[in-house]
Design a protein around this ligand. Structure first.
Ligand SMILES: Cc1cc2nc3c(=O)[nH]c(=O)nc-3n(C[C@H](O)[C@H](O)[C@H](O)COP(=O)(O)OP(=O)(O)OC[C@H]3O[C@@H](n4cnc5c(N)ncnc54)[C@H](O)[C@@H]3O)c2cc1C
Length: 403
């Protein structure tokens, strides 16, 4: 029997919905399914980088985003010893010189509605339990808790985020998955907020950080996350988050605040450099391909960018009628050309700098030397390869600020 859809996409986060929009815009028949009903929450810091804003613009969603998002114009980095660097978002041709904090409850629904408007069929409350490759297509097997249904398509996109059961079932788990974990909640009535994204290395175990991302002049998304590298570190993200709220400067500013959401924890998968990204008739997009920045935890832009790349490759392959394993290698090639060295070098940078010894002088140097400030910001925003943070010139300034 002929498959019903050209492409079936599993997961309606930023990765799945962006892929769906671009595929439908190019004329493909697309099914998008998610285990949740929308709008739904997603545990996140909600920060959209200039690269993410570029894709939002390309999808025609910037005006809608501005209605619920909150614009931030700079970044504050606080070192473990309290040394602080504050700087505006550096300009880059074609990109905004600001960020947006956009609660995922609204952001993900906006991206989904964009896909539906482009002609995508959306199936909520559909938990995919398995994907089978059969003949000239794939079949999604799943449904609700006690129901079972099937959908067929010529090819598929797995965009399930950090959830791994489906990757295990389909044999697409990476050999060495790497997870960080983070907790966040929304607060009102904080003091001392400005139009700056605050990242603090002084109240959370390294490698990791706590954050205060304002959502208005008096409210914020507050969170903390860490990579559990050593058994001596606290065991849960919630423990790290609770300690961050008790940390002096944060405690003071939150003294009269009210928590207005559930406090939620969720993993972040950051192993793209060794991850599987495709198989016969299937590609993996966003965090399902380990696409979360190992230093910053940014994943929304990477999910959207990989969705854009996946849609281009799938459109070409649908036209040529070849969605085989060897044909879809083209997706892996394009994805690695865009992200492989970002990941390899960002990981090295994290391994070198995410300790008291070097993070303190790095942030002190960034506070004094405009070259270091720009390098740090441009690496964090993925404008420059992290190799720049390891250049002799940067190391020289770091060493000069050691004491
Ligand atoms: C606490 C925290 C803070 C973060 N802060 C930031 C930040 O500030 N900025 C940033 O850029 N990134 C941040 N990230 C990372 C970012 O949230 C993710 O990388 C991003 O959401 C990945 O998008 P995605 O589309 O790949 O997956 P997701 O957004 O996770 O979407 C996956 C979707 O798949 C669905 N799904 C899963 N399994 C199935 C299944 N079997 N069947 C059907 N549906 C399924 C889920 O319901 C979900 O809707 C943060 C992450 C965490 C945990």
């Amino acid at each position: 029997m002929k498959p019903h859809y050209d492409v079936a996409i599993i997961g309606a986060g930023p990765g799945g919905s962006t892929t769906a929009s671009y595929l439908a815009k190019a004329g493909a028949r697309v099914l998008l399914v998610d285990k949740s009903n929308f709008p739904r929450d997603k545990t996140c810091g909600d920060a959209l980088s200039p690269n993410a804003l570029k894709i939002m613009g390309d999808l025609g969603l910037l005006d809608a985003l501005k209605k619920f998002g909150y614009r931030l114009n700079g970044v504050r980095l606080v070192a473990p010893d309290g040394s602080t660097m504050v700087a505006p978002i550096p300009p880059k041709a074609g990109l905004a010189d600001y960020l947006y904090i956009a609660p995922r409850y609204q952001l993900d629904n906006l991206l989904l509605q964009r896909a539906i408007d482009a002609g995508v069929d959306f199936e909520p409350n559909f938990w995919v339990r398995d994907v089978k490759t059969e003949g000239d297509g794939i079949t999604l097997h799943g449904g609700g808790r006690s129901t079972s249904r099937h959908f067929s398509a010529r090819g598929g996109v797995i965009a399930v985020g950090a959830a791994i059961p489906l990757l295990k079932k389909t044999g697409l788990m990476p050999p060495t998955p790497k997870f960080a974990v983070a907790t966040r909640a929304y607060y009102e009535n904080l003091t001392g907020l400005d139009d700056i994204m605050e990242i603090r290395f002084d109240g959370a175990p390294l490698p990791g950080y706590g954050w205060v991302f304002p959502t208005s002049p008096t409210s914020a998304n507050v969170g903390a996350g860490f990579l559990k590298k050593s058994p001596s570190l606290p065991t849960t993200a919630r423990g790290v988050f609770d300690a961050f709220l008790e940390h002096g400067p944060i405690k003071e500013r939150m003294a009269n605040s009210t928590c207005v959401s559930a406090i939620k924890s969720y993993p972040l998968r950051m192993d793209f450099s060794t991850a599987r990204t495709f198989s016969d008739r299937l590609v993996l997009v966003g965090e399902a391909a380990g696409l979360v920045n190992p230093f910053t935890g940014e994943g929304i832009d990477y999910a959207m960018e990989s969705g854009q790349i996946a849609a281009q490759v799938l459109i070409d392959q649908l036209e040529s009628g070849d969605l085989s394993f060897s044909a879809l290698r083209a997706y892996d090639k394009k994805l690695r050309a865009r992200f492989q060295s970002v990941f390899v070098w960002t990981m090295r940078m994290r391994n070198l700098y995410m300790n008291d010894w070097l993070l303190n002088p790095l942030i002190r140097a960034a506070n004094k030397e405009s070259y270091v400030e720009r390098t740090v910001l441009e690496v964090l925003l993925s404008y420059r390869n992290a190799i720049q943070a390891l250049s002799p010139r940067t190391i020289y300034h770091v060493l000069r600020n050691f004491f």
